[in-house]
Design a binder for this molecule. Structure first.
Ligand SMILES: [Zn+2]
Length: 412
């Protein structure tokens, strides 16, 4: 049976303007047609939703989340919760986080590192129909050098945390890392090329993977038809990675001109994750369990990232909305703030919405992100106009969610 959404106002994720007086025809979860009001002659038995005052828009994408983490801000508590809970419990909790994202209109997510195959299992349970939830892309574990960004030191030497990190050293181990995550069901490969050097203000970032390791990861991933995303901070490691064809640069506090130019040429996505940086300044050093040296780094990196964003906007790089939620941020409720910061950084409201829809859909390589014929019917009904006021998206009461053409979330 067809379902029809009759809408006065539509943000389709393609046009820069709001479209008016359209009917979206949906069947089997897919948008089959979009027609003008005037040409719409419904049959008596057909299901029609009529939205006069609301704005219809595509379901949004958060391309940088951590479903296995709760967003607790104290760094010690954050470490503890990874070992306090079984992976099964983390998966159950992660599923509820995924649903929380969805109730705020984020119908597609990309998980950027989850221990114990937690995010991959959530994804599979949704994809095979056991659970209802958002579209999920997951990388399994991020590949990191021993003692690197995602294989952090500081545990007792007797502690062995099975399945919590994936450390690789040397080109061959990184190749094996790519193959292993692929075998475990990864949709893409996450690497940690360079990291923040928060205790050395003179050199605020450092490369962790060698050029050769970066090259081998990219080559192997390409052979397996997987994209590569990388945690980055700054420096030539990013340049090397972009030259080797990585798909998205995450964080990228310090992006130099050469890298920006290469990213523009290679269509590399930029996921600045502004909110997670800014979040530090809403909390006290005590709450974060941070030292004053750390704080100086936070200020430096904050300043640098705004400059990187400005350069990326100027170079017309595809910028996607990624929050890092799970890490210092709750799931779902603050996502809209990433758009607020993108607007503060120079995007128009409509561009920021496109970052959270069309661009995100492309980055995830999913059939979502726009309201066009043939697309998955992940559609939001927003009580108001987010182009005029993005804050409307802060309250789930303002958002009805259609997932695959079915109304699944209505808090109004
Ligand atoms: Zn992250």
């Amino acid at each position: 049976m067809h379902l029809f959404i009759k809408a006065k106002n539509i943000i389709d994720g393609v046009s820069d303007n709001i479209l008016h007086d359209k009917v979206i025809c949906i069947k089997d979860g897919i948008i089959k047609d979009i027609i003008d009001f005037n040409n719409f002659i419904p049959k008596p038995s057909e299901k029609i939703f009529n939205f006069e005052k609301e704005t219809i828009m595509p379901g949004m994408t958060d391309v940088h989340v951590h479903l296995a983490y709760s967003g607790i801000t104290n760094s010690r508590a954050f470490r503890a919760e990874s070992v306090d809970m079984d992976y099964a419990a983390q998966a159950l909790r992660g599923y509820s986080f995924a649903c929380e994202h969805m109730s705020f209109g984020f119908t597609s997510l990309r998980d950027m590192n989850a221990p114990g195959n937690v995010a991959i299992n959530i994804r599979d349970s949704i994809n095979n129909g056991v659970l209802n939830g958002p579209n999920i892309r997951a990388c399994g574990l991020g590949l990191s050098v021993t003692g690197g960004h995602m294989d952090q030191p500081g545990w007792g030497s007797h502690v062995n945390l099975e399945g919590m990190t994936h450390a690789c050293d040397g080109p061959n181990e990184f190749r094996k890392g790519v193959r292993t995550q692929h075998k475990l069901g990864a949709d893409f490969i996450k690497t940690n090329i360079c990291v923040s050097s928060t205790y050395d203000i003179q050199n605020p970032y450092k490369q962790e993977m060698t050029d050769e390791e970066i090259q081998h990861v990219c080559e192997e991933a390409k052979m397996l038809n997987l994209k590569v995303a990388s945690h980055t901070s700054g420096g030539r490691g990013i340049t090397v990675a972009v030259k080797n064809g990585i798909h998205s640069v995450e964080h990228g506090h310090w992006l130099d001109d050469e890298t920006i130019e290469l990213m523009a040429r290679n269509n590399t996505f930029y996921v600045p994750t502004l909110l997670v940086n800014e979040r530090n300044f809403e909390l006290s050093a005590n709450e974060l369990f941070r030292s004053s040296k750390n704080w100086k780094w936070l200020e430096l990196s904050r300043e640098a990232k705004w400059i990187s964003l400005e350069k990326a906007i100027k170079a017309k790089i595809n910028i996607a909305v990624g929050t890092d939620s799970g890490f210092m941020l709750p799931h779902g409720s603050m996502n809209y703030r990433e758009m607020e910061y993108l607007i503060k950084g120079g995007l128009s409201n409509m561009q920021a919405i496109k970052s959270a829809t069309q661009v995100g859909g492309k980055l995830l390589n999913l059939n979502v992100g726009t309201i066009e014929i043939g697309k998955q019917a992940d559609i939001l009904v927003v009580n108001g106009n987010p182009v005029e006021d993005i804050k409307i998206l802060s309250d789930k009461k303002n958002i009805k969610v259609f997932k695959n053409g079915e109304l699944i979330s209505d808090h109004s």
